[in-house]
Ligand binder design. Sequence first.
Ligand code: ATP
Ligand code: MG
Length: 272
Amino acid sequence: MSHVAAIINQKGGTGKTTTAINLGAGIAYHGFRTLLVDLDPQAHTTIGIGIDPDSYAESLADVISTPKKALADVVVETYIPRLHLAPSHIKLARSAEQAYTRVFREAILANALKEVDYDYVIIDCPPSLGVLTTNSLYACNFIIIPCQISRYSLDGLADLLTTIETVKDLSPQELFEGDLFRILLTMYDRRNRVTNEYILEQLKPYRDKTFATLIMKNEALNQAQIAQRSIFDFDPKSTGAYDYQQLTVEFLEICQKRNSLPEKRPSSLSCL
Ligand SMILES: Nc1ncnc2c1ncn2[C@@H]1O[C@H](COP(=O)(O)OP(=O)(O)OP(=O)(O)O)[C@@H](O)[C@H]1O
Ligand SMILES: [Mg+2]
């Protein structure tokens, strides 16, 4: 079974897409067959990995809508060997709206993923807790929560954890005792000492649930997105490339450890 990681935060601009692209690229460069799923109608992952969302007739929008397309039929290759992409399109917003009326609407992506075979699947989510994000939660077996280091970075974390518990049918204690999620601190700026200390203090209860890797604020990451290349291709000597390489290694280690753990399947989705 694939490792399926959803990158989630309902807050905008926390580094979800940057992490999806560079972790996806990092895993592929480590030799694994990897699928990037761009579940955000903004299509920033699609564009960021060098693909024009209008260049293909079909996209994830056609997988989420009815009559549905098979996921394998919309997947495209990227310029990185072993890294494939399920591209997004603005039409995905309409598909998501239509999905609200469907039975088992939160299982559409999980069912679609059963048809493909990858070592790792990385899902970039939109900044909301709507039907697309619940689909990614239902489909995934690991969750990465990028949090930008700022005064308000942890606002909404409690809501997000409650949503995870509901979709995964876990009590708060089970969520904390299991190894289902990690917080990823992004855009860390050493100069903001007071803010950093404040956030790290707030994060103390989540210390075991936070990646050891810190993603520093690094302009090369911004520029790589504009150049539509991963940071490893755009500027392999940058701090951003170093940080995302560290994250890739830490993530792969966590997945390998978890391989030997029994998995709890969600049994009900009563609140959705
Ligand atoms: N570590 C970093 N250093 C500098 N800039 C960064 C860093 N991470 C992300 N950025 C930039 O910050 C902006 C927001 O990042 P990104 O698009 O990854 O966030 P997001 O969570 O996907 O946003 P959205 O919620 O809109 O989908 C982008 O312009 C990106 O290039
Ligand atoms: Mg994004």
